[in-house]
Design a protein around this ligand. Structure first.
Ligand SMILES: [Fe+2]
Ligand SMILES: [Zn+2]
Length: 383
């Protein structure tokens, strides 16, 4: 069939007939007078599902687009109720199940689930989290929904965070230490190693890609004060976007330097505090007052940025914010945060008893992928 010609499939009793047509740079599929699909020629060629164009054992794509011309067009198209068939000028024939195309129209982006009033992170037992796949799946679902959970009855033994790898995936190792110690005894390179209050922040803003999951394991907490705080950074940002879109825009565009260092380590990144995907959904939040560095005061946009940052600081430190939750992290508890969304903080404490916390980092992709495997194992559908 040549350009402009149409092919029709017979209609069943419920649906109007399907019709396909070769357009200038795409293939159109109609149902009655409605355009169902407008499929770019290069998209069609790139996605041929045949065994020559894929690696059948791995389902990976083998065909590469540079093997055809940019103005490639089908020689002919035909359609029936289940599939679209395209024949290319080199006689290669591609068949696309219509159901596969329709599935691509479903968005898998979830709206942000803000915390309910009086929110405190849901606690799961350490042993069940590691040993009962249904509890693990439920805990990960809660973690992905709210960005924070607690694990209780964890061993009060150093390096126990290593044991979380079967669920959370391999530790994301960073400079300084593999497992980081937070106490006033030992290596002091950060405000966390003092008894001062710690404003909400996420760790390692000084990396181009900061760790996306943080586990904070309290080994001993015998000091008065020092309550733990979590802040739903994304909820704060969504409210700011609604109230002051100009400030939100500045935070997305204005790059800020962050540095964390000691005598043996140097980490430095210059990045905007807020990142969104091309649809405008929040992807990551980077907030660390303590690691933020001095900037060129004459650079374009800095005045607006500082107004935006001031407003953001007000909201992040607001003790009455519905996006804030305060609780005491006891020895034997682990606080798990999705660190690109949820900030952590600590009240000041009186340094008259022992307080020892260990931190390790993981990646949210690995945690999310674990849930897919667990659902398969538990016989539940994904999604
Ligand atoms: Fe921290
Ligand atoms: Zn093919």
């Amino acid at each position: 069939m040549s350009l402009g010609q149409v092919d029709s499939a017979p209609s069943n009793t419920h649906q109007a007939a399907l019709r396909s047509e070769v357009n200038a740079d795409s293939v159109l599929v109609f149902q009655g007078s409605e355009t169902l699909f407008d499929l770019p020629n290069l998209w069609l060629r790139d996605n041929c599902p045949c065994d020559d164009c894929r690696v059948p054992q791995t389902q990976e794509k083998r065909f590469i687009l540079s093997d055809v011309a940019a103005d490639l067009a089908p020689e002919s198209v035909s359609i029936d109720l289940d599939a679209l068939t395209v024949t290319w000028p080199d006689k290669h024939c591609s068949q696309y199940p219509l159901a596969t195309i329709t599935e691509l129209f479903q968005s898998n982006s979830q709206p942000l689930q803000s915390w309910p009033e009086g929110f405190v992170p849901q606690a799961y037992s350490w042993d069940e989290f590691l040993g009962d796949s249904r509890v693990t799946a439920e805990a990960i679902e809660t973690f992905l929904r709210y960005g924070v959970i607690l694990l209780s009855q964890a061993p009060v033994k150093e390096e126990s965070l290593e044991l979380l790898a079967p669920v959370l995936g391999p530790i994301r190792e960073l400079l300084f230490d593999r497992i980081h110690n937070v106490s006033m005894e030992g290596h002091v390179y950060n405000i966390a190693h003092t008894s001062l209050g710690l404003p909400p922040h996420n760790d390692f803003a000084s990396y181009s890609f900061p760790p996306s999951v943080q586990a904070l394991h309290m080994l001993q907490n015998e000091t008065p004060g020092g309550e733990s705080i979590v802040v739903d950074g994304w909820a704060v940002l969504e409210q700011l976007r609604a109230d002051r879109p100009d400030y939100f825009k500045s935070l997305c565009e204005f790059a800020v330097p962050f540095r964390e260092f000691d005598e043996n380590n140097e980490t430095y990144a210059v990045e905007p505090m807020v990142r969104c995907d091309p649809q405008g959904h929040l992807v990551s939040f980077r907030f660390s007052n303590q690691l933020m560095q001095m900037m060129n005061p004459m650079q374009p946009g800095i005045k607006t940025f500082y107004q935006a940052y001031h407003e953001l600081c007000l909201r992040i430190t607001d003790r009455d914010s519905p996006a804030r939750s305060t609780f005491k992290l006891q020895g034997g508890q682990v606080l798990l945060v999705a660190a690109h969304r949820v900030l952590h903080a600590r009240e000041s404490f009186q340094p008259i008893g022992k307080r020892h916390l260990q931190d390790a980092y993981f990646e949210l992709d690995n945690v999310a992928n674990k849930l897919v495997l667990l659902r398969r194992l538990n016989g539940l559908n994904n999604g």
